[in-house]
Design a protein around this ligand. Structure first.
Ligand SMILES: NC(=O)c1ccc[n+]([C@@H]2O[C@H](COP(=O)([O-])OP(=O)(O)OC[C@H]3O[C@@H](n4cnc5c(N)ncnc54)[C@H](O)[C@@H]3O)[C@@H](O)[C@H]2O)c1
Ligand SMILES: N[C@H](CO)Cc1c[nH]c[nH+]1
Ligand SMILES: [Zn+2]
Length: 421
């Protein structure tokens, strides 16, 4: 970990580094964009043939794209009982959390004779991307498909490169009926544009590496996307935390990808030094974590606790760990927050219930993690009686005339006149 003081003669460098880290999302996705565009264009032109070609090229896969229900069932039956149980508990917690988030339909009479409200409808189809390049992520299959099910989405498609047995088992548990062996930008293109085998979807959700994230951004002109949920990020902002626990979290998230961002922000120089040593020790046997930590692992040693909070909000990380519940008061930007020494981020990755698909690249400034809202539409409704129209109509006419939209004004007058008959 690079330890940098934000005060004194290092201040300029520290803030320059912060600015670089703030640009992390945009810069990195731009680097792969030309490659991604080419892949997506080829899928658009050649459909399944391109998917099979890229599956062989990137994932050493040959053969059929579609995963059968039998394959998912066999995978479940071959899964050891403790893992089956862990998946079942995770699935239940994800389901009940999503259930709890469900928004309500409502109506209210805001003016006598004017009823307004909202109805909630699920999206008709979604595509869930489940990463599988470096590690199989059955947990992500559960995190994406279960909220979609709770929302009532009719068609749920899963795409994953070389899905492992554990991922197929999770698909069986989640009741997935449409799953394909395709990954990367090609999978995103297939779900966005459609191929002979894969019909296009209304929205694509789920995390992935830089290629997947860049592809989702490109696909967003064609269909909905949840958010850029790219290479993992962790920020721990602590003054009193346990150095060994903090380092363990940093190393854990750093092992996802060479592009991972792992940061500690603190005003305590003792803690900063301890974490440097702990990370070194704990990452000793973890090559991937070493790569990402070496590339951008940073400890900002701040002049004050307030400055630590300010830097944290500027980073707007995917995962944020803080010391206590009181810290929530200053947190403005983060995908998901973990509190105290006994809330390792890995618990959120797997089992707690809140979604682990989270915004990266500072998108935490705009939104939180994947939720049931990503699978629902809030449709507004308005209903006037003649009396209600007589009351509010003249005001609408005044506004329409101010905008010079005469037909708008007239459309209200016509109905008001009819209401008087
Ligand atoms: N933000 C979140 O919510 C979240 C959650 C889970 C995982 N993640 C991230 O998901 C990512 C998973 O990455 P992964 O690589 O293991 O799996 P992945 O499935 O995202 O990517 C694998 C695919 O990348 C494509 N690819 C790889 N190298 C390529 C190249 N040189 N050119 C073109 N395409 C190429 C291939 O198509 C391959 O199938 C990690 O970055 C992890 O941090 C993020
Ligand atoms: N930490 C990841 C989100 O960045 C989610 C995950 C899945 N499995 C393990 N971790
Ligand atoms: Zn993780």
């Amino acid at each position: 970990m690079k330890l940098i003081k934000t005060t004194g003669r290092n201040a300029k460098d520290a803030y320059a580094l912060l600015a670089t880290l703030e640009r992390r999302g945009a810069v990195k996705t731009a680097e792969v964009e030309p490659t991604v565009r080419k892949i997506m264009q080829e899928v658009q032109k050649k459909g399944d043939k391109a998917l099979l070609k890229f599956a062989e090229k990137f994932d050493s896969l040959q053969g059929h794209l579609r995963v059968t229900a039998g394959e998912m069932l066999d995978a479940w039956n071959a899964t050891p009982e403790p893992l089956q149980q862990a998946m079942q508990i995770a699935a239940e917690n994800i389901r009940s959390f999503a259930e709890q988030q469900k928004p309500d339909e409502w109506t209210t009479e805001n003016t006598p004779g004017v009823t307004v409200g909202q109805i909630i409808r699920p999206l008709e189809s979604v595509g869930c991307y489940v990463p599988g390049g470096r590690y199989p992520l059955p947990s992500t299959l559960l995190m994406t498909t279960i909220p979609a099910k709770v929302a009532g989405v009719e068609r749920i498609v899963v795409c994953s490169p070389k899905p492992a047995r554990e991922t197929l088992a999770a698909a069986h548990l989640a009741g997935v009926t449409e799953m394909y062996r395709t990954g990367g930008a090609q999978a995103i293109a297939a779900m966005a544009y459609g191929t002979e085998t894969i019909a296009r979807v209304a929205k694509i959700v789920g995390p992935g590496n830089l290629y997947v994230t860049a592809a989702k951004i490109i696909a967003s002109t064609e269909c909905g996307i949840d958010m850029p949920a790219g290479p993992t990020e962790i920020v721990v902002t602590s003054q009193v935390g346990d150095a060994a626990g903090i380092a363990a979290d940093l190393v854990a998230q750093a092992e996802h990808d060479p592009e991972t961002l792992a940061v500690l922000v603190t005003a305590d120089s003792q803690l900063a030094k301890q974490v440097v040593n702990e990370v070194k020790e704990q990452a000793k046997n973890n090559k991937l974590a070493q790569v990402s930590i070496k590339a951008r692992g940073t400890i900002f040693l701040c002049g004050s606790v307030e400055e630590a909070r300010f830097i944290t909000n500027r980073l707007a990380p995917e995962h944020l760990t803080v010391d206590s519940v009181e810290d929530l008061a200053w947190v403005k930007n983060a995908g998901s927050v973990f509190i105290g020494n006994y809330s390792p981020q890995s618990m959120g990755d797997y089992i707690s219930g809140p979604n682990h698909v989270l915004p990266t690249g500072r998108v935490g400034r705009m939104r939180g993690g994947l939720s049931i809202y990503d699978f629902l539409k809030v449709i507004t409704v308005q209903n006037y009686t003649a009396a209600g129209l007589a009351k509010l109509g003249p005001h609408a006419i005044a506004l329409a005339e101010a905008e010079g939209l005469t037909a708008h004004a007239q459309s209200v007058r016509v109905r008001m006149k009819a209401g008087k008959r």
